[in-house]
Design a protein around this ligand. Sequence first.
Ligand code: 5GP
Length: 128
Amino acid sequence: MSIFTKIITGEIPSYKVAENADFIAFLDINPNAKGHTLVVPKKEENKIFDLSKEDYTSLMDFSYQVAKAIEKTLPCKRIGMSVIGLEVPHVHVHLIPLNAMGDIQFMQKVALSKCEFVTLAEEISKNF
Ligand code: 5GP
């Protein structure tokens, strides 16, 4: 069972920003930038291009809505999107508010307090 499935079942906590029957979005615990969010299918699958075309399209639709909510919450040049999965083998889309190239490069990290995570998740969630 992946760490993201444990988040989906509530076994471990997360800062949730959006959810429907098939997908969940929560803040990345080690964000590249403030607002870095992961969009995850509830059905555990390792690689994004192993999803059915229908599930892939639904994931992109949900990610689109989450990206709009992030952009409304956090002024930035644009929302960047990345799919990696080398650390957690459960499909997830990274949505990252971008102001500079470094924000999408997974080397710089920002530290947020628990209180900042909670507030941010609430704000994005309200705009979803
Ligand atoms: P990837 O698999 O795409 O290389 O990276 C996995 C991402 O998941 C990383 O950005 C990492 O910070 C994030 N991550 C790993 N474990 C957890 C966790 O337990 N909770 C949350 N919210 N994010 C996590």
